[in-house]
Design a protein around this ligand. Structure first.
Ligand code: DC
Length: 228
């Protein structure tokens, strides 16, 4: 079968990365977690004191962007993606709450988006990529053969994110997680630069009430519609 590109967009904690990873493994494609790249730039901004409490000094970040190198690598041992910031493995740190609480502010910065979109487009040139994010079907890979727009209720999403964080030993409350999700949904949908919107040609996948297995089966049936 000739390779296609698959774009998965949707709200935070809809299970986009779970689906994207599963799919990539099943069909032998490369998985690209674009959100990890925005998280890595956020960590860079935090470490360089570009945030005063929750407020980002955009000008400082833009002036330092040339010093940020974000790279995604695949670890065959754990069969997962690792995010590198200037050659340091930051995979664990970028998933924690301090980064989650600040990443939307970094993701609204036009210069950051331009830089990361360019890198993401390079990764998709040879096709055979499953990429998840917010603007993948609309901006990064508008020519993707299959576009999926994922959604689930805020409560279901918050529970999933809470379970994930607790499994990693983070102590956070359900209220804190749902507030963070709703806040990010709002910023993602209303920002001027590449807001989260459903591409006209995307298939909608609401996974509030279906299992991971059912979801995978459904998406594989969509993939099988492409000529082999
Ligand atoms: O998918 P995630 O929760 O790891 O994404 C982290 C943040 O990055 C989220 O607030 C939205 C933003 N993002 C984006 O603006 N564009 C993307 N393609 C991916 C993520």
């Amino acid at each position: 079968m000739s390779k296609i590109n698959i774009a998965i967009d949707g709200f935070s904690s809809c299970g986009k990365s779970t689906l994207a990873k599963q799919l990539a493994q099943h069909i032998g494609y490369v998985y690209v977690d674009s959100g990890a790249m925005y998280r890595a730039v956020t960590l860079f901004a935090m470490r360089n004191d570009f945030f005063t409490k929750m407020d980002l000094n955009e000008a400082q970040l833009i002036a330092s962007l040339a010093q940020v190198e974000v790279r995604l690598a695949y670890d065959s041992k754990t069969q997962s993606q690792i995010t590198f910031l200037n050659n340091e493995n930051v995979e664990e740190e970028i998933r924690k709450m301090p980064v989650s609480q600040r990443v939307s502010q970094v993701a609204v910065v036009k210069e950051v988006r331009e830089r990361l979109v360019f890198l993401q487009q390079q990764m998709a040139l040879d096709r055979g990529v499953v990429m998840d994010g917010r603007d993948i079907g609309t901006v990064v890979m508008p020519d993707a053969e299959l576009k999926i727009f994922m959604t689930a209720s805020p409560e279901v999403r918050a529970k999933r994110r809470l379970d994930e964080l607790e499994a990693k030993g983070d102590k956070v409350s359900f209220d804190e997680v749902i507030e963070n999700l709703k806040h990010r949904d709002h910023i993602d949908q209303t920002r001027a630069e590449s807001p989260l919107t459903q591409a006209d040609d995307a298939r909608v996948l609401d996974n509030s009430k279906i299992t991971r297995e059912e979801q995978l089966k459904l998406v594989k049936s969509w993939i099988s519609l492409f000529p082999s």
